[in-house]
Design a protein around this ligand. Sequence first.
Ligand code: MD6
Ligand code: FE
Length: 215
Amino acid sequence: MTDLFAHAGIGGPAREPIAEGAVLLRGLVLAKEAEMLSALDDVVAAAPFRHMVTPGGFIMSVAMTNCGAAGWVTDRRGYRYQGDDPLSGRPWPAMPAVFLDLAAGAADEAGFPGFAPDACLINRYEPGAKMSLHQDKDERDFRQPIVSVSLGLPATFQFGGLARSDKTVKLALEHGDVVVWGGPARLAFHGVLPLKDGEHSLLGRKRINLTFRRV
Ligand code: MD6
Ligand code: FE
């Protein structure tokens, strides 16, 4: 049976459990879509997307920027969070209120009340860009969840276990979807398969992913 109340706000968003501690809230962003995209434009105007280099010397296919008190960066020296944008030497743009509200609301919905992110990593995928399997472990407090927002072209998300070699499940993430990820899933391996070409009505030939964390 179809869920009559999906995305309607009545009875909450459509929720799809992924694993213990990880849930997909389909379409949660759609009600705030215009505000979110406008805030995103402001952030990107102040701190443009750039392709960072991994500690091993590879240029990432995903272009990144950040907003909030701390931003995730990688270069030859390693992965870390830092308060200044290395491109400009200035602090990252402040986290827009609409981002904070969305992230806190999604976390609450998923059973993680009181989530107050201080970092938002913004990833831009163009056709062919991918994110290899990895764990998010550069944060201090793994009791805090991560809230992940998908915008633009759909992508295939891979979600595995606590060991790299664990079997993965594939999940189609679409414009407006939010994944909340914490508890026993917080250190699960995950990745994004190479983005398929396409044209999104609002974002064109790309996918944007926002990940909110408490660093
Ligand atoms: C992406 N996301 O969806 C990449 N990490 O483009 C992530 O790496 C990620 O979505 C931790 C938790 C949720 C995520
Ligand atoms: Fe990740």
